[in-house]
Design a protein around this ligand. Structure first.
Ligand SMILES: Nc1nc(=O)c2c([nH]1)NC[C@@H]1CN(c3ccc(C(=O)N[C@@H](CCC(=O)O)C(=O)O)cc3)C=[N+]21
Length: 294
């Protein structure tokens, strides 16, 4: 079997078009403030992507950069200021943060009314109880991609390779959401002893381990749907020339021969993640204007 590419660009474009339309009806444009502490290259590239995506739909965007030496107190003080600033619609903090800062304390200081990634304790709690509006962007992007190919998850074996609080854990909650039609999710991670044992029997494999080429074709069941969330920068040498390129966690060529669908990297989940982030900004703005009216 040769897999079909499950591209992110069509889904992402249609989400962004809807967001643009919704925003044009608001009394004022929403504003997203993204905080970068330090200079992680993945976070920097996501910041650039956010900037151009926001511009395309009419969201005001501000990237606030703090040096890596910033203390936790300083960062939290700044977040509290943003919480209280009526001109700020949404707030996010890029991960990773420097080691001396407790990531969870930062996330917990973001008001749930401005938590554009849906990862504050309140929004995570709502997700746990199955009644959320703002949900984490990448897990939502994965669910939308699977839906976009009309794939019925009911009764399927789904293997998620990630236990992170931003991707794996919320994704597991979302997979379990739909009452008795749920698939059966299994949570694997980077310390799972025999990964192939799990992936071999999976109808759907979703991998976000941050390790290039972790999943090879021979680890997959024939016809599996494979969603590659990984974004890894690798160095490649060709004709004596070194270059850097972005690859996922899946060995693309071997997986293409076994899977039925495979998301490319770049051009897959990442594009939809960004679109969902904008959708969340728009949703927060809508809720904000609704509160002003009531
Ligand atoms: N709190 C937090 N939330 C995040 O979601 C988060 C983060 N911190 N830190 C950094 C990583 C990285 N990340 C990306 C998302 C989309 C693309 C993306 O859209 N990439 C395009 C283009 C890639 C390219 O060519 O540069 C693609 O995959 O096609 C990339 C990277 C989100 N992250």
């Amino acid at each position: 079997m040769v897999a079909k590419q499950l591209e992110g660009k069509f889904l992402s474009a249609s989400i962004m078009q809807q967001v643009k339309k919704d925003i044009s009806c608001f009394p004022s444009p929403p504003r997203l403030v993204s905080l970068l502490i330090g200079s992680d290259s993945g976070a920097l590239s996501y910041a650039k992507i956010q900037e151009s995506a926001c511009k395309a739909v009419g969201i005001l965007f501000e990237l606030v950069k703090f040096p890596a030496s910033t203390s936790q107190e300083e960062a939290i003080d700044y977040i509290v200021k943003l919480n209280n600033d009526p001109n700020v619609t949404g707030i996010m903090v890029f991960v990773p943060v420097p080691d001396h800062i407790d990531k969870n304390s930062l996330i917990a200081s973001i008001s749930h009314l401005k938590d554009v990634e849906g990862i504050s304790p309140t929004n995570m709690g709502k997700l746990f109880y199955d009644n959320s509006s703002i949900v984490p962007c990448t897990p939502k992007a994965v669910m939308l991609l699977i839906k976009s190919i009309d794939y019925d998850l009911a009764g399927k074996e789904v293997v998620v390779i990630s236990r992170s609080p931003i991707i794996g854990q919320p994704l597991l909650l979302m997979l379990l959401e739909s009452t008795n039609k749920s698939p059966t999710p299994t949570c694997c991670h980077i310390a799972t002893q025999n990964l192939a044992l799990h992936t071999k029997r999976a109808d759907v494999v979703i991998v976000a381990a941050g390790k290039a080429n972790l999943i090879h074709g021979e680890m997959l069941k024939e016809g599996a749907v494979v969603i590659d969330v990984g974004i890894n920068l690798v160095e490649k040498e060709q004709n004596g020339k070194k270059s850097r390129l972005i690859v996922g966690d899946v060995h693309y060529d071997s997986a293409m021969n076994v899977a039925s669908w495979l998301t490319p990297v770049p051009g897959g989940v990442g594009l939809v993640t960004t679109a969902v982030l904008l959708q969340n900004v728009s949703l927060l703005a809508k809720q904000h204007f609704a509160r002003l009216e009531s």
